[in-house]
Structures are given as structure tokens and as C-alpha cells.
Design a binder for this molecule. Structure first.
Ligand SMILES: Nc1ncnc2c1ncn2[C@@H]1O[C@H](COP(=O)(O)OP(=O)(O)OP(=O)(O)O)[C@@H](O)[C@H]1O
Ligand SMILES: [Mg+2]
Length: 495
């Protein structure tokens, strides 16, 4: 039997015990509790359900140590899930049953947290660690600098955007160094003004920063001035790299342009087909009757000459009509696996001996062992011929023609690049060169159908073509053809 004094000391000891200790009945009603902190006191708890007092629940908690001790009849330890965000939560409970003879009379529940008085420092440390982790793992570059511009915080993402290692940035970088020219002062001035997201703040401000390599990187900046006790102590900036977004925008614009171009080509194709059909019959008549007159009548020399001119011009018209029909998809495509290098060589062989090519140096860099590409070889020859002829005409028969072929990185396409050292194409003309009938050549020298035909051939093969050119720096055509043609390619030629 314990003496009254012993009882009193024991009670005092339990109260002084820096862990929450409660006694609950088997139905979770609190029978007694100590008061280790000042947050909830014994008088508020006795008679209430423990899950209600501690967890604000109407029913017993899952994973409850008391429940487990009740079920098993043995002491249990129940760890509580602890995430780094649960900084103030009790991590674990210990519970054991109290028996009166065979009967379960009550259960003791004790938290296993570190005594509250000693936990503030730990919580602080946890909070700091969490903050540090948040900053380090942030997707955007985070940089904080003191008033002198010395870097205080520089995370991994910032390291990727700016090219400095974290150690380099912390040791030797000044915040002014990350902005080219005087942009640092501009950013600070904007941050202090009210007009860019509120005073001392900057919201989604687009600016170029200076990468370690000297390259400029477009970013979107959110920044703020940090105060402590009313004193400005630092600035913090969140740098969102815009390179990928800008690249995607460009791709989108390019695709939209290509789409527009294809639509234009499709409707012009129909028009061209109609015109070509209408012209074919009268042209046949002109040629036929001109020939008949030549054969059946005694003609003066002058008249013969005139008739010959009629025949020649009619022939030119026929050629143009033929090109129009090609362009408007009136011929059948025969898709077969072909060696693209061979097609290039064949085209070169055909034209090399023409006078226009005598003073043109031809440089070839054709990749060995290219896979065969499913194409209509006649159309592909036509394609190379048109581009090469244009190049030779642009160089006025003098310069270098470079042709290379290789497999793209994805190994799904063959890329062919044809470059010349001609005068180049002015920027305002460049977007128009694939348009039907667009030509800068003198009347009679070009129909302006060459490149539009090339464009529709490439499109019918499911490929892409673009030209890059700078005035004075030559022109390069870049063609990509898929190695395998899709089911529908070439079929629409029979429409
Ligand atoms: N390699 C090049 N260098 C400079 N300009 C070029 C080059 N290729 C094409 N061009 C420009 O693009 C225009 C359109 O070319 P396209 O082949 O469609 O027609 P064309 O050569 O003028 O006439 P055609 O091909 O019917 O004889 C040309 O008139 C020229 O201004
Ligand atoms: Mg041409």
C-alpha cells in the first residue's frame, strides 16, 4: 500500500512529466490526464473522448495505439505518419492496458514526442530544413542577394539557368553580374515602383539575363525586396526560364505557316488543274493546224519562220501546262524504296555537262549506308533538279554548290541540304518563294512554278522543306523525307 505522501509525489511527478499522459476508459473517454503544456488542461479533457480532444474527430482514429492495446491486451507503440510538413505534430503514441483482475479497466496513452519545452529548437531546425529543401528543389531558379549584391541563396535551378555552380555563385558572383548591361539597375528601379506588381515587387517581368557563357537567356522574373524590422536587407528573385516556351511558340508559328501554305497550295492546285485542262485542247489544235499549214501549203520563208515561232511558243505553253498538271497532282505516284544518294548523283550527272555548270564547283558530302527511302523516284529527281537549277541560276554559273545527305537523329528521316554561294534571298521575299507563279526572273525566263512543285512533291512524300538564306551569304534548302511512307502518301495524286 502506498502512503498518502507517496501518492501525492507520484501525482506531482506525472504532472511534471513532460509528455502527455492520459488514462482512457475502453470506450475512449478520458478518465485522467496530466498537464505537460498549457494548451489543453486536465479539467477540459476529463469526460471527453480522446479522439475528439486531440484530433477533433467524432470517431476513434485509424491507426490508434489505444485501440490496438485494447484489441491485443498488450502494450503497443503506434507511429504516426510524419511528413516534413507536419512540423508541430506528435509523431508517436505508446499505450498500455490497466487490468482490474481479468477485466480491462482502462488504458494509458502517452505521447512519445520530445518534451515540448525542448522541441522548439528542433521544430525550428525542421522548419529551416524544409524551407531549404523547398528552395533547393524549386523548379524555378531562386536567387537572394544582400544589399551589396552578394549572393545569399542560389539553388540548383538557378545553376541550370545561369551556368554557375552553386559554390561559384555563392563565392564570387554579384547579383549585378547576372544581368547584362545596366539591366540590374532597371530591374531594381522597376521593383521599387508601384507599376510592376506593387511596391517592392516585380511580377512576371520578361528580361534577358546573362548566362555564364555570355549567352543571353530570356526569363520571366518574379522578385521582391525583403525587409527585417522595417530595414531593407535583401532581394529575392524567382527566375523562370522561357527558352523552351519561346521555342515551342516558334514551332507553333512555323507549323501554322506551313498549314497556311498547304491550304494555299491545295486551292491553287485545283485552280491550276482546271486551267491546264482548258488549255490543253486549244494548244493541241494550235500545234496540229500550224503543222498542217507547214506541210500542206507552199509558204514564203517569212511565213514559215512565223509558223515555227508559233509552234515553239505552243510547245512552251505545253511544257507549262505539263508543270501545272504535275503541280496540281494529276500524275500518279509510284512509291518504292530508293537510294537518295543515287538520285542526287543521277541529277548531278544530267546537269554537270550543261554550260551553266562549267564554273560551278560541286561539293558532295553524302552519308554512307543511308537507309532506302520510300519515294517516287521521278518526282524526287524533279525536286533535286529544280533546286539545283535555281542554285546555278542564282550563282549565275559561278560559285560552289554543296550537297549533303544524312540520317536525322531520330533515324526516321533522311535530310538533304543543298546550299549555294549565290546572292541569297532577301527576307521579305523568303516567305513567298514556294508560292506558285512567284518569280523574280525576267518574263520568259521563269514561270515561278519550280519551287511550288518542289513543295508539293515534298508534301506528298510526307516530308518537310524550308529555305534559309541571308543576302550576300547564299541560300540553303533543307529537305527531310520520312524513310517509310505512310499508307496514304502518294494516293491523293490520283484525285
Ligand atoms: N538558290 C536560290 N538563290 C536565290 N534565289 C532563289 C533560289 N532559289 C529560288 N530563288 C528565288 O525563288 C523564286 C522562285 O523560284 P522558282 O523555282 O519557284 O521559280 P523560278 O526559278 O523563278 O522559275 P522556274 O523555276 O519556273 O523557272 C526565284 O525566282 C528566285 O527569286
Ligand atoms: Mg526555278
Amino acid at each position: 500500500m502506498r502512503s498518502k505522501t507517496e501518492h501525492e509525489y507520484l501525482l506531482k511527478a506525472i504532472d511534471a512529466f513532460q509528455r502527455r499522459l492520459i488514462v482512457v476508459s475502453p470506450d475512449f473517454t478520458i478518465l485522467a490526464a496530466n498537464c505537460p503544456t498549457n494548451d489543453i488542461c486536465e479539467s477540459d479533457m476529463v469526460g471527453a473522448k480522446c479522439h475528439h480532444v486531440f484530433h477533433d474527430r467524432d470517431s476513434p482514429c485509424e491507426n490508434c495505439a489505444v485501440q490496438e492495446a485494447k484489441d491485443s491486451g498488450k502494450p503497443t507503440l503506434s507511429p504516426q505518419p510524419l511528413s516534413s510538413l507536419d512540423l508541430g505534430r506528435i509523431p508517436c503514441f505508446y499505450s498500455y492496458p490497466i487490468y482490474s483482475g481479468d477485466k480491462l479497466e482502462a488504458l494509458v496513452s502517452m505521447d512519445f514526442d520530445i518534451p515540448d519545452s525542448g522541441s522548439i529548437q528542433e521544430k525550428l531546425q525542421k522548419a529551416n530544413a524544409l524551407l531549404r529543401n523547398l528552395i533547393l528543389s524549386a523548379v524555378d531558379g531562386v536567387i537572394a542577394a544582400d544589399k551589396k549584391g552578394q549572393i545569399l541563396i542560389f539553388n540548383e535551378a538557378a545553376s541550370e539557368v545561369f551556368g554557375y555552380t552553386i559554390d561559384e555563385a555563392l563565392a564570387e558572383l554579384n547579383i549585378c553580374d547576372i544581368y547584362p548591361d545596366d539591366i540590374a539597375y532597371e530591374v531594381m528601379a522597376k521593383m521599387r515602383s508601384d507599376d510592376y506588381g506593387g511596391k517592392d515587387q516585380l511580377h512576371s517581368y520578361q528580361v534577358d539575363i546573362a548566362h555564364k557563357s555570355g549567352k543571353r537567356v530570356p526569363i520571366s522574373l518574379n522578385a521582391a525586396i525583403v525587409y527585417e524590422k522595417g530595414q531593407e536587407i535583401a532581394t529575392i528573385g524567382f527566375f523562370h526560364d522561357l527558352r523552351e516556351k519561346i521555342q515551342m511558340q516558334r514551332e507553333l508559328e512555323k507549323t501554322q505557316l506551313q498549314l497556311l501554305q498547304s491550304e494555299k497550295m491545295a486551292s491553287l492546285g485545283k485552280l491550276a488543274a482546271g486551267v491546264a485542262h482548258q488549255l490543253n485542247n486549244p494548244l493541241g489544235g494550235i500545234t496540229l493546224f500550224a503543222k498542217l499549214i507547214m506541210e500542206e501549203y507552199e509558204l514564203a520563208d517569212g511565213a514559215k519562220e512565223d509558223l515555227n515561232r508559233i509552234l515553239k511558243d505552243a510547245e512552251r505553253c505545253r511544257d507549262t501546262v505539263k508543270e501545272l498538271l504535275e503541280f496540281s497532282r494529276q500524275t500518279r505516284y509510284l512509291m518504292q524504296p530508293q537510294n537518295i544518294n543515287q538520285a542526287i548523283n543521277r541529277t548531278l550527272f544530267l546537269i554537270e555537262n550543261q554550260t551553266l555548270f562549267h564554273n560551278i564547283q560541286i561539293e558532295k558530302a553524302l552519308a554512307q549506308s543511308l537507309p532506302l527511302v520510300s519515294v517516287d523516284i521521278q518526282q524526287i529527281n524533279h525536286l533535286f533538279m529544280n533546286i539545283i537549277l535555281n542554285a546555278a541560276q542564282a550563282m549565275k554559273g559561278n560559285g560552289t554548290l554543296s550537297i549533303c545527305s544524312f540520317l536525322t537523329e531520330s533515324e526516321q528521316q533522311v535530310r538533304i541540304e543543298i546550299a549555294d554561294t549565290g546572292p541569297g534571298i532577301p527576307q521579305h521575299i523568303l516567305p513567298r518563294i514556294f508560292e506558285p507563279f512567284f518569280t523574280t526572273k525576267q518574263e520568259g525566263e521563269g514561270t515561278g512554278l519550280g519551287l511550288s512543285l518542289v513543295y508539293s512533291i515534298v508534301e506528298n512524300h510526307g516530308g518537310t522543306i524550308r529555305a534559309s538564306s541571308q543576302v550576300g551569304d547564299g541560300t540553303k534548302f533543307i529537305i527531310e523525307l520520312p524513310i517509310r511512307a505512310s499508307e496514304t502518301q502518294g494516293e491523293d495524286r490520283e484525285q
